[in-house]
Design a protein around this ligand. Structure first.
Ligand code: SF4
Length: 345
């Protein structure tokens, strides 16, 4: 009998499934046929199949090991609970409202990563960043890296080069000018697939990987959960101590997106990438444990195609409706499209 190692997770999608390798940070797409061959025991998934092609593939990639059924008790399943030793894991703040006092208040949350948005990069804004980077707060607190988002800057700009040379700055993003408007690089729709890993996988079992423990402070000082969230919970200019900020972070309403799970969201619940994905679209509640999005993801799991791939179709073209009224799949239409794209298999 073959068992899946406990660090290997099977995730089923609409059309295909994935084996996530949480230790080696890799994954393999597999047909749903193989997903269904696996059976769930008390602790691990196991295979009784004699299909040598599958067994060879799974053995070669170190997904399975051979074991007598009675020995299974020696291999406990992985603990999937998630926690993090900080009240906030990610803060995004506009440079216009940031000063050393605010930075010290934010740092008390034990946050590791701070994103700073610069409207215009010039000598004044560059010097302000430099004073932040060189401050005692950046050096002596939990802050490990600063990411910079420049809304109005050019790659060749001397200050961009200088920022990129600062070791403490992990990344510098520069917004592109599209049709006369600067793209909103820190809030635009973004879906990022990360290599599967235990931290993200466990967090996604019970939390939203983008909104969870995030804090955003806009250019007027308004405190929000994230750039794509509209609710305001106070102004950072009025916050004197971390205790004041903590009172806001602990509000149930402030945390309302923190616990939205991907498997509760239309479409994502049928996507094989749902436990390796960071998605900044705002989930909208339809009813308890049911959410939808106003914008489509670039991946359509019902036809296994990304928007840039040949044969891609949007959800509505595939007969899928997701909105305030409900979630519906026109199976007949979807099957016809999948047959055209992938044949009878
Ligand atoms: S549909 Fe898109 S956003 Fe949803 S889990 Fe899949 S890749 Fe992520």
């Amino acid at each position: 009998m073959y068992f899946l190692y406990s660090n290997i997770k099977l995730v089923k999608g609409s059309n295909r499934s994935i084996l996530y390798d949480l230790h080696n940070l890799k994954y393999d797409l597999i047909p749903n046929e193989l997903y269904y061959l696996f059976k769930k025991s008390n602790t691990l998934f196991y295979l009784e199949s004699e299909n040598s092609e599958y067994i060879d593939f799974l053995n070669k990639n170190e997904y399975i090991f051979e074991l007598e059924k009675e020995e299974e008790v020696l291999f406990p399943s992985l603990d999937l609970s998630w926690d993090y030793p900080a009240e906030l894991t990610n803060i995004i703040v506009h440079l216009t409202v940031l000063n050393l006092h605010i930075l010290s208040v934010l740092a008390e949350s034990n946050v590791k990563a701070i994103g700073i948005i610069i409207n215009e990069l010039n000598e004044t804004s560059y010097n302000k960043i430099l004073s932040i980077v060189n401050s005692r707060i950046s050096k002596e607190t939990s802050i490990q890296a600063i990411e910079i988002f420049i809304l109005n800057g050019k790659d060749g700009n001397v200050f961009v080069k200088k920022l990129k040379d600062i070791q403490f700055i992990s990344k510098v993003h520069i917004s592109k000018l599209i049709n006369g408007t600067h793209e909103n690089i820190y809030a635009q729709k973004r879906v990022i697939l990360n290599p599967p890993n235990i931290s993200l996988y466990t967090e996604l079992q019970s939390h939203h990987s983008y909104f969870n423990r995030k804090l955003y402070i806009d250019e007027h000082g308004n405190i929000k959960n994230a750039p794509s969230a509209s609710d305001i919970y106070g102004n950072i200019k009025k916050i004197k101590t971390y205790k004041n900020l903590k009172e806001i972070i602990e509000l149930e309403d402030f945390r309302k997106y923190w616990f939205v799970k991907k498997h509760e969201c239309d479409v994502c619940k049928d996507c094989e990438f749902r436990y390796m994905c960071i998605d900044n679209r705002l989930p909208i509640k339809r009813k308890e444990n049911e959410f939808f999005h106003l914008e489509e993801c670039d991946y359509n799991p019902y036809i296994s195609k990304w928007v840039y791939q040949k044969g891609y179709k949007a959800l509505t073209e595939c007969g899928i409706q997701s909105n305030k009224q409900g979630f519906k799949i026109n199976r007949k239409k979807l099957n016809t499209i999948n047959k055209e794209l992938w044949g009878d298999d």
